[in-house]
Design a protein around this ligand. Structure first.
Ligand SMILES: [Zn+2]
Length: 274
């Protein structure tokens, strides 16, 4: 190897050495960041919920003019019953007025009225009043309702516990706003649908596919409120399209199409609505 050729080879070797050192330095720089470079995967941005809560979307989904499945009430005297009372935010055991309410689909509930109403006939009037309203709810939503608690007071209703919880002061406000039945649809959905569906894989898949909640209430409590918040809109589009605005119908259909398909597939018994 002559001296000139050696110089060219040496220059070439030095060039490769510099490139290698630069590559090592850049590699070290990447490692020093503490994270291996990854391809960013796009996270779908959750859509904006169109409503705050769905019991308010339209008061005409079920009205007091709609048929009821309620047939008759039988008085059962008084007996010790443990009921939840939101005024004390606790369970209470009282000597409740008891009534069996029967419905035309064979379902029956025991209505337990707080003794604070003071007399059997007054308690019976309350029991019958709400049995008529509850009878307007679809069979599928009453199926797991075994008891109804009725108290005085302005406190939120409740569902679950095989029960519907009613505070009559709040019921008067819901009645004034025309949403007593819609509210009970929500609560009865907790009672009769949550256990089987609120965390079911198919329901969670529908949540993901829709990628938006029908209300901020459902969004805030996705495992607890999403089914109940979806059922009133479901009844609105499937049974009451003629009573709601086109824009409300389109908003519901465009927001939760996968939840609606899930509920369709359940083939819910919607008597006496449909
Ligand atoms: Zn709820």
């Amino acid at each position: 190897m002559d001296a000139r050729r050696c110089l060219r080879v040496c220059h070439a070797m030095m060039l490769w050495m510099i490139i290698w050192l630069l590559a090592v330095a850049l590699g070290a720089g990447a490692c020093s960041s503490g994270a291996a470079p990854t391809t960013p995967s796009p996270t779908p941005v959750l859509g904006v919920a169109p409503f705050a809560g769905t019991i308010f979307i339209d008061p005409d989904i079920i009205t007091e003019s709609d048929p009821t499945t309620f047939l008759l009430l039988s008085a059962g005297g008084q007996g010790a019953r443990t009921m939840f009372d939101r005024r004390v935010n606790d369970w209470i055991t009282v000597n409740a007025y008891l009534f069996d309410a029967r419905f035309d689909d064979g379902l029956m509930v025991e209505v337990q009225v707080n003794p604070e109403f003071g007399a059997t006939d007054l308690a019976q009037a309350e029991a019958e009043k709400y049995a008529v309203v509850i009878g307007r709810l679809p069979t599928a939503l009453r199926r797991n309702v075994k008891t109804v608690w009725i108290h005085e007071g302005v406190q939120p209703f409740g569902g679950g516990n095989n029960n519907l919880l009613i505070h009559v002061g709040q019921a008067d406000l819901y009645t004034r706003d025309g949403i007593l039945e819609e509210t009970l649809v929500h609560e009865a959905s907790h009672t009769s649908l949550d256990a089987s569906h609120a965390t079911a894989p198919g329901w969670l898949a529908a949540q993901s596919a829709d990628n938006v909640f029908i209300s901020t209430y459902a969004q805030d409590f996705p495992m607890r409120e999403d089914v109940a918040e979806s059922v009133v809109p479901y009844l609105a589009v499937r049974c009451r399209a003629d009573r709601i605005s086109v824009s409300l119908r389109d908003t519901i259909l465009n927001t939760i199409p996968n939840r609606i398909a899930y509920l369709d597939a359940l083939m819910l018994d919607l008597h006496p609505i449909k």
